[in-house]
Each structure stands twice: as structure tokens, then as C-alpha cells.
Design a protein around this ligand. Structure first.
Ligand code: HEC
Ligand code: HEC
Ligand code: HEC
Length: 408
């Protein structure tokens, strides 16, 4: 975790371990200090550092270039530096950025900044977040966010984007649902911005709201369906399994990699137990994706036979001949939702490039998936993926060698 100075932990259950605030916060009046600590927690829920901090740089002083469907954008410096950050902003300016997507000098922000989700945040949460951001070390680091090619570099075109795709407005609780459900819905749709990765996008890059959380491609990974769908979502997971995954990055079914491993390390693993349980309650209640499993490709199909041979040579030592893996060390492939997503992007990525599993306080060993791209041809990778997607009760579309070639 990237901590900021002195660690200050409140006894109150609502705000627990891992919240660190700058020493200057301690010099404030008690109610102000409380706002800052609450604001720090909002920054964890919203994972602002994930984008606004480059590796090794001072917190929130500007991020790494972000690939978007339109080109590159660099998340700007949001420390309180007056010249290059948001030090001369007012709280109203800040609220306008989170709620309405309006940045410096009234410019329209691109939705790579997840304001279409942050707009659901309550005024109080935004106000506390602002109080916290004022206490971060100011850093002079001018960033020109806009690296986009013509015509997407024209900010005025965002006016049109916003009119078509974006409805500002606070989260409205559903009084017929429990408090936990409403809290979970608020985090998922608001500060937690889970849909930024997990919801399919329209051709303009907006969330496809009718298919919320049904899975989407991002930068060579596939953020899977996380609705309550029983076979490609998390419908068959217990609430405890969801909580364990979000807290530690691993459970008996899977181990998180890539962008989710990062989101778990910096954000969900540091949420309170109550909030993570609320997320689980909400996710399990959602629906989406195909209601019925497709028919598996039969075991005597040539691709399946080739795939089985490669699997037993190269994969079974870790993932088991029965695809059941080894608890917390090697994820199960049998019954895995990741393995059966409509898109095989994450699978190709893992086999071609390998991956280091997530590292959190709750999961200290970090097993690795070796990169096997050098060893296997496009045809072999395609066949072994077709095999794991259609064995042990799994069923999903086959993968072709041209998919692999395009990914290499
Ligand atoms: C997924 C990446 C991402 C996350 C997460 C993210 N941002 Fe941003 N943010 C961006 C990008 C990219 C821009 C620049 C957009 C543009 O210039 O059109 C931006 C712009 C901003 C701006 C406008 C700054 C200016 O100079 O105009 C503010 C303020 C801001 N972000 C605050 C936040 C806060 C607070 C959080 C956490 C609650 C957060 N961001 C989380 C990517 C992100
Ligand atoms: C930066 C993008 C990103 C964000 C933000 C994000 N996720 Fe993920 N998520 C992913 C990716 C990619 C995977 C697949 C990881 C893997 O293959 O191990 C994933 C996997 C998951 C899984 C495991 C699903 C399975 O079948 O194994 C769950 C549950 C999940 N995410 C929940 C959430 C929740 C809840 C949030 C919001 C609090 C969230 N994610 C935010 C990208 C993201
Ligand atoms: C040396 C042990 C090892 C070998 C050999 C290996 N894997 Fe893995 N695999 C892992 C580990 C560890 C992970 C978890 C990595 C992570 O989460 O970043 C993993 C993750 C995966 C996942 C993602 C599962 C999930 O729930 O997130 C898939 C799919 C996968 N491997 C398929 C394969 C295939 C196919 C082969 C053979 C071509 C293979 N693996 C060979 C260790 C191995």
C-alpha cells in the first residue's frame, strides 16, 4: 500500500486499519481530523491513486499514460500544488469535476476519469474527500493530460459525448432493499466504479447500462461478468467467497491477476469488512448474461484431443489433471467463471505472458503463472484453451489460432 506519512487508526468500527493521513491532519480540530480520515477512506473506495500516481512518484502527483479507445490520456496532478495541481481550486470546483466531469478552466473531462460513476457519490463523501486531498503533500508536476489524436483531442466534442451518454445525479437508495444492499449498490455504482472495467461499453466508450457488470475488454485483459449469473458470473460463489476474494485476492476458486490484483491491493482489501460484505450482498442480487450454458465441444473433437495432450504436458502439474488446482496456490480451472467468459482475452494473456498473483496482507504467498508463449505455437495455445473451456463440466466457445496471433 502507498501510505502517506503517519498511520492514524480510529477505534470506531466504520473506519479501520490501513488508513494513513498526513501528519498535518493531526494538528487539525477533532471534527476536521475526522473529516480528513473519512475522506482518506473515500480515496481508497475510489482508488484515486491507481490512476493519479505513477510508480515511485509522490501520491496523486500525476499518473502513467492511460490507453483509452480514443488514444492516450495522462491522469493529471491532483495534489494541492497551486501551479500544477488543484491547489487553487475551491471545493465547488472539485465537486464539479467529480459530479459533472468539468476540470480546470471549465474544460470537459474525458470519461477515462470515472466521473460517470463518481457522480453517484453523496455530497458529504465528496466534501470529506476534498478535505483529505487538501492535506496531501503538494507536488510541482505539470501534466498535459490530453495526448489524444485529432478529432478526439477537441474537448468541445465532449459536450456532445456528455449529452448522449452521461446523466449526472446522486445514488438513489431503494427503500425496498436492505441497508447492506443499498450500501453495496452505492459503492459498486459510485465510488468503487466497478463498472468502469466490468461493464461493456458503447461505441462511444460509455457504460452499456442495460448490461451493467456483464464483462468487458480492457487493455489485453477481460474483466469478467460479476453479476449473479450462475456459471459465468459469481452466482455460484458464496458471500464469504466474494468477501475473501475482495479482501485477499484469492479464494478456493480463483486468484486475481492483472488490473483486478491492483484494484484489490490498493482498494478493496483496504475497505472495511462491512463494506466488502455489502458489495457481496449487492453483486449476488444482480442478474445478467446468458441464462443457459452452451453445449460443450465434445471430447473427441480434434482440437480437444490436441488440447488435452498439451494440457497434460504443460499445465496439469500445477492445475491438476482434474482441473481442480490446489487451494490458494493454483487456481481451479474446472467450474471457473474466468475460464468460461465469452472472451478469452485474459486466458491468452495469462498463457502467453504469465502473471504474478496478487499480494495482500491476507494472502502473503504470491504464486506465479509462468509465461508459456515461447514454448507453444498459436495453434497449441488455441487448442489448450479450447480444451480447458470445454472440460470438467466447463462450456464456452472455442479459441482459434488467429485470435492468439492477434494477441501476441
Ligand atoms: C481510471 C483512472 C482514474 C481514476 C480511478 C481516477 N481518475 Fe481522476 N482523472 C483521470 C484522467 C484520465 C483525468 C484527465 C481527464 C481529462 O483531462 O479529460 C482525470 C482528471 C481528474 C481531475 C481533473 C483535474 C484537472 O486538472 O482538471 C480531478 C479533480 C480528478 N481526476 C480527481 C480524481 C479523484 C478524486 C479520484 C478518486 C475518487 C480520481 N480522480 C480517480 C483518471 C482517473
Ligand atoms: C481496473 C479495472 C477493474 C476494476 C476497477 C474492477 N475490476 Fe474486478 N476484475 C478486473 C479484471 C481484469 C478481472 C479478472 C481478473 C483475473 O483474471 O484474475 C476482475 C475480476 C473480478 C472478480 C472475479 C470474478 C471471477 O469470476 O473470478 C470479481 C468478484 C471482481 N472483479 C469484482 C470487482 C468489484 C466488486 C469491483 C469494484 C469494487 C471491481 N471488480 C473493480 C478488472 C477490474
Ligand atoms: C508452474 C505452475 C503453473 C503452470 C505450469 C501453469 N499455471 Fe496457470 N496459473 C498458475 C498460477 C499460480 C496462477 C494464478 C496467477 C495469478 O493469479 O496471477 C495461474 C492462473 C491460471 C489461470 C487463471 C485462473 C483464474 O482463476 O484466475 C488460467 C486460465 C491458467 N492459469 C491456465 C493455465 C494453462 C492453460 C496452463 C498450461 C498451458 C497453465 N495455466 C500452466 C500456475 C501455473
Amino acid at each position: 500500500m502507498k501510505t502517506l506519512g503517519l498511520s492514524l487508526t480510529l477505534a470506531a468500527g466504520a473506519l479501520s486499519a490501513g488508513l494513513a493521513v498526513a501528519p498535518s491532519a493531526l494538528a487539525q480540530a477533532p471534527d476536521q481530523a475526522d473529516r480528513i480520515i473519512r475522506g482518506r477512506y473515500q480515496a481508497i473506495l475510489g482508488d484515486c491513486e491507481a490512476c493519479h500516481t505513477a510508480p515511485g512518484a509522490k501520491p496523486l502527483s500525476g499518473g502513467l499514460p492511460l490507453e483509452t479507445p480514443f488514444g492516450q490520456l495522462i491522469p493529471p496532478n491532483i495534489t494541492p500544488d497551486k501551479a500544477s495541481g488543484i491547489g487553487s481550486w475551491t471545493e465547488a470546483d472539485f465537486r464539479n469535476a467529480l459530479k459533472n466531469g468539468i476540470g480546470h478552466d471549465g474544460k470537459r473531462l474525458y470519461p477515462a476519469m470515472p466521473y460517470p460513476a463518481y457522480t453517484r457519490m453523496s455530497d458529504e463523501d465528496i466534501s470529506n474527500l476534498w478535505a483529505y486531498l487538501r492535506t496531501v503533500d503538494p507536488v510541482f508536476n505539470p501534466v498535459e493530460a490530453n495526448q489524444l489524436p485529432f478529432p478526439f483531442n477537441i474537448r468541445m466534442s465532449m459536450l456532445g459525448w456528455n449529452m448522449l451518454n452521461f446523466t449526472p445525479g446522486e445514488f438513489r437508495p431503494d427503500p425496498s432493499k436492505s441497508e447492506a444492499w443499498n450500501r453495496g449498490a452505492y459503492i459498486v455504482q459510485g465510488p468503487g466504479h466497478c463498472g468502469t472495467c466490468h461493464s461493456p461499453k458503447t461505441s462511444l466508450g460509455a457504460d452499456e447500462t442495460s448490461q451493467a457488470l456483464e464483462g468487458a475488454s480492457l487493455q489485453g485483459w477481460f474483466a469478467p461478468n460479476i453479476t449473479g449469473n450462475p456459471y459465468i458470473g459469481i452466482g455460484s460463489w458464496s458471500e464469504e467467497e466474494i468477501v475473501q476474494y475482495l479482501k485477499t485476492g484469492a479464494n478456493a476458486r480463483t486468484i486475481a491477476s492483472g488490473p483486478m490484483a491492483e484494484a484489490i491491493e490498493a482498494s478493496t482489501s483496504q475497505m472495511t469488512d462491512e463494506d466488502v460484505k455489502a458489495i457481496a450482498t449487492y453483486l449476488k442480487s444482480t442478474t445478467g448474461g446468458p441464462a443457459e450454458k452452451p453445449k460443450p465441444i465434445p471430447a473427441d473433437d480434434r482440437r480437444m484431443q490436441m488440447g488435452a495432450a498439451i494440457y497434460h504436458d504443460t499445465c496439469s502439474a500445477c492445475h491438476g489433471a482434474d482441473g481442480k488446482g490446489a487451494r490458494q496456490l493454483f487456481p481451479a480451472l474446472a467450474g471457473s467463471a474466468i475460464v468460461q467468459q465469452p472472451s478469452s482475452e485474459t486466458l491468452m494473456r495469462l498463457v502467453l505472458q504469465g502473471s504474478q498473483a496478487v499480494h495482500t496482507d491476507g494472502a502473503r504467498t504470491t504464486p506465479a503463472m509462468p509465461s508459456l508463449g515461447w514454448k507453444l505455437s498459436d495453434q497449441q495455445v488455441a487448442d489448450v484453451l479450447t480444451y480447458i473451456r470445454n472440460s470438467w463440466g466447463n462450456a464456452a466457445p472455442s479459441v482459434g489460432p488467429s485470435d492468439i496471433g492477434a494477441h501476441r
